[in-house]
Write a protein that binds this ligand. Structure first.
Ligand code: PMP
Length: 418
């Protein structure tokens, strides 16, 4: 077919695909260990719980599970989600919620309804790539706010708000992807103050907040905001992907009324509504009160896996990587020793193929895509034995890079990944 006139808009035609998705295509190769994807552990997906709930859906709800439904979502799931958020300390009614097709859709719809093309959105230095992609496709200019081990560095935000004047800010305060950082309470309160003062709408993305290992993170921004004297505008989203199953593709959005109305219109245009059968399956699952014990299982299992990977990295990559042991979520965010070369993303793919261990380089999460001295290592999906073996392979590969670097003495210049 002749596409000489360029049917695809340059914004899409020139966009690079997700490097993580590209790596996942390699993850199934024989003998490959993937520390790359943020996929839940298959052994922790609740098959039995689902099977029992399915019988209930097919028996009781009959035709409705196969019928068109409301854009905002099935009433049962909105009610169950409101109860869950209330249990977590938020004030939320079913009427204020929209069920989305994963929290990814909430990000995408908010980008569409909040951002004028060419306008800026403030984001952390390292971000979930598909959120950045959604913002770019909405025509947003990405404004970087420096980030450290405690998440967005709110002290450095005010000058950025003054000069760049973004109306929207995206933040993942709990066990962020990729950094695993948890924003402390004081930063959360300051962020809310600044958001109110400078009239910035916050997009709070919280898919990992329930996956804490030791203690729960501070309350979500939206909850703190509900108690503030001069409240800011906060939209909050969470997801059932990490705590039940990603295949359901179901998330929840809590937004102020004007934003909710706009998102409903955008969702009508996007997919009319999220799948009724999936929503009713999930509401039956939630109705059986199994989520609380399931969360206990997940927390214990992921805490153990996180410790397994951290210990193995200390054994096999000692001195080559520096990281904090995660307190929740799914990721170890590790800094490469300063004499190791800064490699572009493609070189890390080649590294993975050579050493049979896939990791995601920091470039994949940065706004510029420039090479970074960071790796994201996920402990969620592989078995404990694979985590240990993966760390061993990674250590050996990094050792090889280090010895090659010291024999060359020069490091590779920073390059932009494709
Ligand atoms: N936000 C963040 C920070 C994520 O890491 C992810 C998925 N890994 C999502 C949103 C999207 O998740 P889902 O669409 O499965 O709810």
């Amino acid at each position: 077919m002749n596409t000489a006139r360029g049917a695809v808009r340059p914004l899409y035609a020139q966009a690079s695909g997700s490097p993580i998705r590209a790596m996942l295509a390699l993850a199934g190769r024989e003998d490959m260990i993937s520390l790359a994807g943020g996929h839940p552990d298959p052994a922790l997906l609740p098959i039995e719980w689902l099977r029992e709930s399915l019988l209930e859906v097919t028996g009781k709800l009959q035709g409705r599970s196969l019928q068109y439904g409301a854009t905002e979502g099935q009433p049962e799931l909105r009610e169950a989600s409101a109860a869950l958020l209330t249990q977590r300390g938020l004030t939320a009614t079913a009427a204020e919620l929209i069920i989305t097709t994963g929290s990814q859709q909430a990000i995408d719809l908010l980008a569409r309804v909040l951002i004028e093309p060419g306008e800026g959105i403030a984001v952390e230095s390292f971000n979930y790539p598909a959120a950045l992609q959604a913002f770019r496709f909405a025509g947003a200019r990405l404004i970087e706010v420096p980030t450290d081990a405690q998440g967005m560095d709110v002290d450095r935000l005010e000058p950025i708000l003054l000069t760049e004047r973004p109306r929207v800010l995206y933040v993942v305060p709990n066990f962020a992807n990729p950094t695993g950082a948890v924003m402390p309470l004081a930063r959360r309160l300051r962020l809310l103050e600044l958001a109110a003062q400078y009239d910035v709408t916050l997009i709070e993305d919280d898919p990992y907040g329930e996956l804490w290992f030791g203690e729960a993170p501070p309350p979500p921004l939206v909850q703190l905001n509900q108690r503030a004297d001069s409240p800011a505008q906060v939209t909050y989203m969470t997801s059932y992907s990490k705590v039940v199953a990603p295949a359901l593709r179901l998330g929840v959005l809590l937004a102020p009324a004007d934003i909710q109305r706009a998102v409903v219109l955008a969702k009508q245009a996007a997919d009319v509504h999220s799948g009724s059968l999936e929503q009713l399956k999930l509401s039956a699952m939630l109705g059986s009160n199994c989520l609380t014990p399931h969360l206990d299982v997940l927390r214990k299992a992921y805490a153990a896996k996180s410790a397994t990977l951290a210990d193995a990295l200390r054994r096999h990559a000692d001195g080559l990587l520096k990281f904090d042991t995660p307190q929740g979520g799914m990721f170890v965010w590790a800094r490469l020793r300063s004499d190791l070369p800064l490699l572009p993303t493609q070189d890390w793919v080649d590294f993975g193929l050579q050493h049979k261990v896939l990791v995601v380089p920091g470039a994949a999460f940065s706004i510029s895509n420039a090479a970074q001295p960071w790796l994201r290592l996920s402990f969620a999906n592989p078995s404990p034995a694979s985590l240990q073996q993966g760390a061993e392979r990674l250590g050996r590969g990094l050792q090889g890079l280090a010895s090659r670097t010291s024999s060359n003495t020069k490091t590779t210049p920073e390059r932009t990944s494709a």
